[in-house]
Design a protein around this ligand. Sequence first.
Ligand code: BDR
Ligand code: CA
Length: 342
Amino acid sequence: LNHVWLDVDPGHDDATAIMMACQLENTKLLGVSSVHGNASADCTAKNTARCLHAFAAPSDVLVYPGACKPLLRPTKHDPEIHGEDGLGGVVGLPSADSPEVQARFARKVDGSVIHAIEGMATAIKDTWHNGTGHQVSIVSSGPMTNIALFISVYPNLLEAVEQFVFMGGGVGVGNRSAVAEFNIMCDPEAAQIVLDAPVKTVMIPINVTHTAIVTPAIHSRLRSPHLPLLDDVLAHPSTNLRSTLSSVISFFAGTYKSTFGFDQGPPLHDALTITYVSHPELFEARRFRVDVELHGKHTAGETVIDVWNYRMCDDSWGSNGKNCVVAQSVQVCPNVRPASLL
Ligand code: BDR
Ligand code: CA
């Protein structure tokens, strides 16, 4: 069983990651923290709670709202891709004010909301039990501000972290600048802190997520059985997961077409993070030194991957080593043509 903490900025593809984390059989979701990113921190926290309820997460899986701005830079959102509230056009989610959504916020006895990194720390401590329990995979599908804060505030808990798995970055290419991908570009300093932590990190770059395209043929199969992997997720009897997921895909397909010209369907970037944790055998990956460009005039937020080991790094995780396993490919349905990056 994989013990997982999820950190998200929903976000259409974040919603698919939440759905999978709630329903995959080999995954125990401990809690979900939200972060600024695709929309404001207020919207992403509410969206996370709405998703948990709609996707039938166990009632003890709660939302822990996190950072509302990057460590150093001005805040950026992406309404062009995800709508003003982060989940534009999605049907079947309860309203943020409904009692069942409000009940998803983790609260202290005095009624105040528990912060992301506090929730993360408690869940990790409880799961690790001073080394007699399990390590936790921390999975990130947004800017990594919360994760960087957790690393800085709770360094003594890092031995209980199995891995940080994040969707972000690109090998030689970006999507929100020529070379920077959105999640890393929003908070590059936070990403560097995560890469320098003495813990295994796994990067799922856009080179790989752009091969996981929801084509019209796959989209139409969401309404019928026999879809590998997602069948388990979508089988839940008490919910309308298929129609909600279909509306997620439709909106995302529209904005990916109008913004990036994708005519085959949208890439399900964030779903690949949780897929990596639950089914690593579907990926090819190699370990490299990865850093983030923090100063470049044209390249701030670029992930710099030292494929030739120019830095002569050792095999430790963290600031001197080959610090990151970079996904190179993932098995997708036959007949899916990857989106071109050039
Ligand atoms: C990433 O940015 C957001 O648009 C998505 O949710 C994903 O996490 C892709 O670059
Ligand atoms: Ca995201």
